[in-house]
Design a protein. Structure first.
Ligand SMILES: NC(=O)c1ccc[n+]([C@@H]2O[C@H](COP(=O)([O-])OP(=O)(O)OC[C@H]3O[C@@H](n4cnc5c(N)ncnc54)[C@H](O)[C@@H]3O)[C@@H](O)[C@H]2O)c1
Length: 453
């Protein structure tokens, strides 16, 4: 399906369109995670009657108490407004049959061989298929490998005995919001709407126009699948470039952060920040959806694969930096107390999925005395963990900043350095600490993309 909607009149006659417009349509959201829950809460806030379904009973319980199970800006306040009113959560899938619109927003990871693992998505679709009824609109927002809608999703949904595009409407609309700004981005970002046909796309457009002020871009499903993967692959390749520039600058004794910042003032340059690796549910796996599909066709996506390799090697580089830093003050990584600041994969979130900190802690655990801290996370990956920053860093030989939490940016580093075991080093993988202040306060500074000397 390409282009606009010449069938506007026909669309107008669909009862569901009126129901969406008048906020009478019942919506259910299958999967209440980092994307599903914010989407469900926004739809409820817009006045729709929303039932959220999740197999995780703990999540369901929390949501019904008006408590957010995840740390996401504004979500706690929004849930207090809508939970128990327009939004109800349940672990029972029967709510699907009572809905006009069904969102599917479950996780789509890769397996240990880095191939797409669609088992969770398939199970969710099987559940929906059991309760699917004529005239419903199904919207898939999970990120999927190319061809998944046609080859996997539609056959499962059609086990209901209903035909996609004839008996029920079907749309693929990948979510593009970024964690920590999910609510803000869902209501502002442009949205891709890949409909199985023009009526499906038209109905989804009617609904999403109540959600976002951003542009609604209609495309065919196959193109929509690729667009989402291009976006995250672009970011991965860009970060890999930044990381290579950082490695080069370290050797050359040049500050990569400064160089990149100035290069980015060029109107056609936009290089991301180097760092300790790429985490989260999306970027570390979405490029593999493209890589895997290409391999199936005998095509090797060299740049995309190499970028993944560079980014996956960065936690190892952090270890090298720690080793080098400690050596420069005549200390050995083996006998040192090393404090990891930040478990989450990025600043101001509690999300630890594919976090580079896990890799770094795992590598340090057999050789060093490892402590870790995070203001948002309660899960740790070994060593001694606390949410109390001062307790963690005291008497450390080395502090490693792994996450750009505001708490670290705003910390009184002079006071922290005072409590370290002298001589001491700071390894800043996020470049959030001022090198000069660090040296003045009595610690040696090492950072990704900073002088490696
Ligand atoms: N996290 C992000 O910021 C982000 C951004 C854009 C796109 N995406 C994509 O959105 C999708 C969802 O990601 P997420 O981060 O929200 O995942 P998540 O793991 O946070 O949430 C998925 C939820 O679905 C639930 N679930 C799994 N199977 C279920 C079933 N059969 N029935 C009911 N609930 C079920 C899980 O219990 C979980 O709570 C993924 O495909 C991801 O790639 C994520």
């Amino acid at each position: 399906m390409k282009g606009g909607f010449p069938l506007e009149v026909e669309l107008e006659q669909i009862e569901l369109k009126k129901k969406i417009h008048e906020k009478r349509s019942k919506i259910c959201v299958v999967g209440l995670g980092y994307v599903g829950l914010p989407m469900a809460a926004i739809l409820a806030k817009r006045g729709y009657n929303v039932t959220g379904i999740d197999i995780n009973e703990k999540i369901v319980e929390k949501i019904n108490q008006g408590i957010s199970p995840i740390n996401e800006n504004g979500l706690d306040a929004l849930l207090k407004e809508v939970a128990g009113r327009n939004l109800t959560a349940t672990a029972r899938p029967e709510a699907v049959s009572d809905s006009d619109i069904i969102f599917i927003i479950v996780q789509t990871p890769i397996d240990k061989d880095k191939k797409p693992d669609l088992s969770i998505l398939k199970t969710a679709c099987e559940t929906v298929s059991r309760y699917l009824k004529k005239g419903q609109l199904v919207i898939l927002e999970s990120t999927i490998p190319p061809g998944t809608m046609n080859d996997v999703i539609i056959p499962i949904l059609e086990r209901s005995g209903l035909c996609a595009g004839e008996d029920f409407y079907l749309v693929y609309s990948p979510e593009r919001a970024i964690p920590t700004r999910t609510l803000e981005e869902i209501v502002k970002n442009s949205r891709i709407i890949g409909g199985i046909d023009e009526k499906s796309a038209g109905l989804a457009k009617e609904l999403y126009s109540c959600v976002t002020s951003g542009e609604l871009l209609t495309e065919d499903i196959q193109t929509a699948e690729i667009i989402k993967l291009i976006e995250n692959t672009y970011r991965d390749v860009n970060i890999a470039l930044a990381n290579e520039i950082a490695l080069f600058c370290e050797k050359k004794g040049i500050d990569a952060a400064k160089a990149i910042e100035i290069a980015n003032r060029h109107p056609r340059v936009n290089i991301h920040a180097p760092g300790p690796g790429v985490g989260g549910h999306c970027i570390p796996k979405d490029p593999y959806f493209l890589i895997h599909e290409a391999e199936e066709m005998g095509l090797h996506l060299r740049l995309i694969r190499t970028s993944r390799e560079i980014n996956e090697s960065m936690p190892g580089h952090v270890i090298e930096l720690i080793q080098h830093a400690l050596k420069s003050i005549n200390k050995d990584i083996k006998d040192s107390k090393i404090s990891i600041l930040g478990i989450a994969y990025k600043g101001n979130t509690d999300d630890v999925r594919k976090t580079p900190s896990k890799e770094v802690i795992k590598k340090l655990m057999p050789i060093s005395d490892v402590f870790s801290h995070d203001p948002y996370v309660s899960k740790d990956f070994g060593g001694k963990f606390s949410n109390d920053l001062e307790e963690v860093v005291s008497d450390s030989d080395c502090i490693v900043v792994m996450t750009d939490h505001d708490e670290y940016k705003d910390a009184d580093m002079k006071k922290i350095i005072k409590g370290l075991k002298k001589p001491c080093v700071i390894v800043d993988s996020r470049r959030v600490i001022d090198p000069e202040m660090t040296q003045d306060a009595g610690a040696k500074y090492f950072g990704i993309g900073y002088q490696f000397q």
